[in-house]
Design a protein around this ligand. Structure first.
Ligand code: NAD
Ligand code: DAU
Length: 346
């Protein structure tokens, strides 16, 4: 039987990297191609163990480079595309929105064209709950798949634009697509610009942790492996053309998250430093995952266990994140935080 070929874009980043590991090991009968530009957020070291496997291949490339993408698709004739590659950090989108439009919108459209050209079996577009905008603090309200898209940051606007293109390619050309919209992920290989790995790495180094505004904004946290299993299910069982929300009902204020990390590590809450708020900071995200649960998905991680394991992973893998925070990241950090509060020093 002919082996199936799967293109994973952004497979050297946080979630795509965990997904590549998950899928390469779970489906030895598939050939997995990881297409990644290796921006600041991508690194190959995380795949050292699978590089030797016959069913894994890394391809360096830009999803928005039409010529290369078209020729890659013509050559490989992929069966599945699982699309993670994106600029993903909200703060960076506030400082420099242009690259978000180029990668997230133009890049997605390029992949859709190439997928249409060769006739794939399924295109899964990995999107985010941020496209729905924000909820207020009423704990009985949730994002459903029918919630109107009202993105508030340049990042979420670029993701919503790509969602609309994915939908349009299904409606207009019949491209077999699914869109997943997941809440905040955490787990191994999370880049230390995001709240949880930023907090873990800074607390381990006994450095101040910058909390935006009053720290009362709420995010709905899901372990990255539960996100991977959701995408696997949608890829194989999702009804073509449908959107699936992904989330495990783990709502926490940012302050609760930061305090729990500090407490697990046995450090002082004096490390918390309230700094100027993020512009347009969304108040609350919370996912209703009923539709995905009806497809057969359930999360396996409770936040309390997942966060403890994640902290242990950062303790055991200090080399990985120390190498990141000592490089060009330093410049990013100073620019991002020193304007807000001179006390937050690298
Ligand atoms: P990430 O920033 O850790 O990784 C992004 C990856 O994409 C990197 O490896 C980077 O090198 C690659 N990339 C960037 N531009 C590229 C380009 N032009 N061509 C090819 N590769 C390129 O991101 P992440 O947090 O792993 O998020 C992955 C996807 O999941 C994104 O689409 C994001 O919107 C979505 N998402 C993220 C979360 C979250 O909590 N992190 C939650 C829901 C959805
Ligand atoms: O909801 C899904 C989204 O989650 C994904 O689409 C994004 O790609 C991902 O980056 C994440 O976005 P957030 O903006 O929610 O994540 P971040 O880790 O940047 O921030 C989480 C919360 O913590 C948010 O309310 C802002 C706050 N925060 C963040 C940083 C970096 C702080 O208080 N201080 C900080 O230094």
């Amino acid at each position: 039987m002919k082996r199936k070929k799967m293109l994973v874009t952004g497979g050297s980043g946080f979630i795509g990297g965990n997904f590549v590991q998950y899928i390469v090991n779970k489906y030895p009968e598939y050939d997995i191609y990881n297409l990644d530009l290796l921006t600041y957020a991508g690194d190959l070291t995380k795949h050292k163990d699978i590089e030797v496997k016959d069913n894994y291949l890394f391809v360096k490339g830009d999803i928005a480079d039409r010529e290369s993408i078209m020729s890659l698709f013509e050559k490989e004739k992929f069966d599945f595309v699982v699309h993670f590659a994106a600029e993903s950090h909200v703060d960076r989108s506030i400082t420099d929105p242009g690259v978000f439009v180029q990668t997230n919108v133009v890049g997605t459209q390029t992949l859709l064209d190439a997928s249409r050209h060769v006739g794939i079996t399924k295109f899964v577009h990995v999107s985010t709950d941020e496209v729905y905008g924000e909820l207020d603090f009423d704990p009985t309200t949730f994002f459903t798949e029918n919630t109107p898209l009202q993105p508030n940051s340049p990042y979420s606007a670029s993701k919503a634009s790509s969602d609309f293109l994915v939908r349009a390619y299904h409606e207009t050309y019949g491209l077999p697509v699914n869109i997943t919209r997941c809440s905040n992920n955490y787990g191994p290989f999370h880049f230390p610009e995001k709240l949880i790995p930023l907090t873990i790495s800074r607390v381990l180094n006994e450095e101040k942790v910058p909390v935006y505004g009053d720290g009362k904004n709420i995010r709905d946290w899901l372990h990255v492996i539960d996100h991977c299993s959701a995408i696997d299910l949608v890829l194989h069982k999702g009804q073509v053309g449908e959107v699936y929300n992904v989330g495990g009902h783990n709502e926490k204020t940012n302050l609760e998250v930061v305090k729990s990390i500090i407490n697990i590590l046995g450090k002082s809450e004096n490390l918390i430093e309230f700094v100027e708020d993020r512009l347009g900071h969304d108040k609350r995200y919370a996912i209703d995952p009923t539709k995905l649960e009806q497809l057969g998905w359930e999360p396996t991680y409770k936040f309390e266990t997942g966060i403890a394991q994640t902290i242990q992973w950062y303790i055991d893998n200090k080399d990985w994140w120390e190498q990141i925070i000592s490089g060009e990241y330093k410049e990013y950090f100073d620019k991002q935080y020193n304007g807000k509060d001179q006390k937050i020093k690298h």
